[in-house]
Design a protein around this ligand. Sequence first.
Ligand SMILES: [Zn+2]
Length: 454
Amino acid sequence: MDGLDLQLSRALSAASTTRDVSIAAGSLALLPAVLRRTAPAARYVLVADDNTWTVAGVQAAQKMTSAGLAMAEPIVLSEKPRVKASAETARELAGRIAGEKALPVAIGSGVINDLVKYAAELAGTAYVCVPTAASMDGYVASGAALREGGFKTTLACAAPVAVVADLCVIASAPKVMGAWGYGDLVGKLVAGVDWVIADALGEETLNPGPFAIVQDNLSAWLRNPAGVRDRDRAALDGLMRGLVMSGLAMQAHGNSRPASGSDHQFAHLWEMEGLAIDGQPVSHGACVGIGCVSMIAAYEWLLNRDMRSIDPTGLAARAPSAAELKAEIAASFPLPFMATNAEAETMAKAVPAEHIGRRLNILKKDWREIAATLHRRLPQAATVQQWLDTVGGPSNAAAIGVSRDKHARDHARARLIRRRFTGLDVLHDLGWLGTAVFELFAPGGFWFNDGRKA
Ligand SMILES: [Zn+2]
């Protein structure tokens, strides 16, 4: 077993559901053996869409048939312009899977995988995932992101028991999908430091195992954005490995903390609002990439402040009351479902003034050490922006249809939609969130010229 596989097998032994992952060129040939070993069933049903059926479904079916596995008629979803991630489709799919009494194998990327994941849960069966693009980290996540009643929500369901990622298949996906996956993966830079700072301030203990699964190899996985763009096998291998290992880390920890911080809060905000360009939803990874650059720029701003001069007691005394927070939420979220969600999330992390004072005291006292960790772990915002440009993904808010004003405002709004303690809460505690955003968008600030040097 080489070093890469050793890391993967360690991550697998910590994961709650997924027991088998193969990432290699030609690994579809292993599918029958993986099914026999990890997902034994009387018969199987392949689920794909028109496109992924051609790209990998036909080949998977041939391999399974010639290996003597019993197969139901494949389910090839067809919807124009593309199959949508709706809970209703997943429920119909669950009925068909249950009717076939077969174990489903999802052949596709985010949407197909989420539909099958939820359908398998409803049908009471395990499932196996054959990803067709390195486009996001949700393959082995527990839970499926589906639209229910018009709104995107995460429905609880189990991760796949096995993943067979064939890099020949993944290399044939549209190039932009690799750029989205890369965007999702750069977000882990911010997820890591958000957790470090939450731990340092006594808000959420860092779980070293899952933290290491993501962070120990992150810079290696991100090293070659040009290779991802050019479909270099080693670069795609690193990207896919990073995305899958991030999912395994979430399974090992029991929630998304190891892979999702304030970077993802920007993405969730935009996804909840249904951000779209020309009627097409903007991809998750594109949103995360821009959320990541935004947060690194905000951390850079923070690192340039003098923390010795802060007055923890005075700042804590000026922290907004529950009534003031509720007023801020009401003014920030015109859509009622978002306001309700934001109020529940923000109130879950609202604490008395003494508590804020305590964590500001730790911040002041331990700042040198915390700042050193931030410096060590974070590349520059401009560098990450360059990686996103190189890989061919959007690298500023305008490129995903978010105006400058909205992008600026969304720093404060992103803080309000999740109870998770992140760098945004640190800035808020300090009373600096508004100033930071103002300066980041003012002349000389990182976002003044969309992040580019004038
Ligand atoms: Zn993600």
